[in-house]
Structures are given as C-alpha cells and as structure tokens.
Unconditional design. Structure first.
Length: 152
C-alpha cells in the first residue's frame, strides 16, 4: 500500500478509499486538494486533516456536534454541488455528511474553532469543501476554553 509522509505522524499508509478530496482546496491552501483524516484515540474527539502532498500541512479539527450540538448548517448551492449533494436542501449531519470545525491554537489566546466555515465531507463519495457561510451567525474564532482570569 502506498504511503504519505507526515511531520506529525511519520509515514502513513494511504488507503485511496480513505482520502478526502477537496476539489477547490481550502481557503489559503487552494493547491492542496487531497487530505487524509487521521484519528488518534489519545486526542479524541480532535482529529487531524493531513495533506497527502505536503508533509508539514496538518490541520486540527473537531466534529461540530462536539462543539455545538445545535449547529445549523448553511451550505451554499455551489458547495452542495461540489459535494455531489442535492442543491435544494441542507444535508443531515452525521448521516449524509461529516462536519468538522478547523481549530486554531494561537500563542496569545485560547484554542478556537472556525464555526463560520466548517469542513463538510460527503460520507458516500469522500468529496469535501470548507463551506464558508454567507451569514455571520457563527464566529471563525469560537473559543473552546475560557480565558484565564487575571490574578489580582
């Protein structure tokens, strides 16, 4: 079985059935279209989106349901088309699609989740998009841990 290189995990076996295809890439990384979803029990529910072609590119992500169990999808018809889904209705999370929030760990603040533009994966064909919402109902910097209170 072919392998890919990963700075975080070392060599990873590449099962072509496990590869996620982002036809348009990710914003800022449009040239990266193939990712492997890597799950590690030690970090669950956090998962990793490892680029298949850039060993240094690996995103932390978590299921939307683990962050906000009432999250409402708002995927554009264009993104639904890219996913190969019905463009006239929103898909059912965890049945038709897996929805992941990409996480950020800034040096000067708390761990945050991008709820404004989740990674949406069609569970049947493994096509994926980062579905940027047209509204501002959610933040791209949703805090996952409260800020430390200053000592007095």
């Amino acid at each position: 079985m072919p392998q890919i290189s990963s700075q975080r995990f070392g060599p990873l076996e590449l099962d072509s059935n496990a590869v996620l295809e982002f036809p348009a890439g990710l914003p800022g990384f449009e040239g990266q279209t193939r990712f492997l979803l890597v799950e590690d029990r030690a970090t669950a529910p956090i998962v990793f989106l490892q680029s298949c072609s850039a060993s240094e590119l690996c995103f932390l992500a978590a299921p939307l349901a683990a962050i906000d169990d009432a999250y409402q999808l708002a995927i554009t018809p264009e993104d639904l088309h890219r996913l190969g889904l019905d463009e006239n209705r929103q898909p059912r999370m965890n049945e038709e699609v897996l929805c992941l929030a990409i996480l950020s760990a800034p040096e000067d603040g708390p761990l945050t989740a991008n709820l404004l533009a989740p990674a949406v994966i069609n569970l049947v064909n493994r096509k994926a998009v980062q579905a940027v919402r047209a509204d501002s109902r959610y933040s791209h910097r949703h805090p996952l841990a409260p800020r430390e209170a200053p000592c007095s």
